[in-house]
Design a protein around this ligand. Sequence first.
Ligand code: LER
Ligand code: MN
Length: 269
Amino acid sequence: MIRLATQDKPFYSSDFKTKLLQIKETGFDGFEADGAMLLNQFDELKAAVKETGVPVTSVCGGYRGWIGDFIEYRRQTAIEDIKIILERAGELGAKGIVVPAAWGMFSLRLPPMTPPRPVEADKGVLIDSLSQFEDVCKKSGTVVYLEPLNRYEDHMLNTLDAAATVIQDGHLEHVKIMADFFHMSIEEQDIKKSLIKWADLIGHVHIADSHRYQPGDGHTDFVHGFEGLKEIGFDGIMAFECRVLGEDQENLYKQSVGYIRDCMKKARL
Ligand code: LER
Ligand code: MN
């Protein structure tokens, strides 16, 4: 069964136990933690999960550098940090970590347009980084969710096709595709069709509306995309990754969870 999770929000407490209880009260099944929480506050987080029974379903970000970093020592620190996060994610019962090639490092659609590393080298670098997680994923029972971002946030992986090619060419058994509705609404011709095309590789989902605020506030057709998830039998985690537009933030966020659960029903998810 699909579980709904949320990333952290400014209106949640900084105390983990209170935060997890607030997350449950908003209508979510679990928490998509920041990787820095696992790196720096692991014992507190683990204790809060145990005490509240609210799970950490997944992890996103929070490590140093990027797996496709132009700077080699930063790529190495990303690999080092992600390995630790994966081990700890396994200990927490979380499914894995969301990892883009890079975020905000370079865009081929903005000046200076020419990246410092030839684009032909990107795929090899990504496969080299990702293959270093295979052992730790196997031991910890976790997965790396490789995330294509829109063209303004990353130049290496923008589409589900591009992420799938890296996974297939690298023969990576513990890497799946992270499908983000915000990025897909910019880069995919038809979200439903793309999800169906890569059925076997879709591992995790992020949702935000067209303007990257709470689902229900913009013009993304979630039911259409969810029909694709229904068709492929997706039963993983769907995590909210958005800011909240409006004044009564907590209440609006709660309404958005209701809206998404309704879209799921309409798509018979
Ligand atoms: C960034 O736009 C994003 O979607 C995050 O999930 C990055 O991993
Ligand atoms: Mn995302």
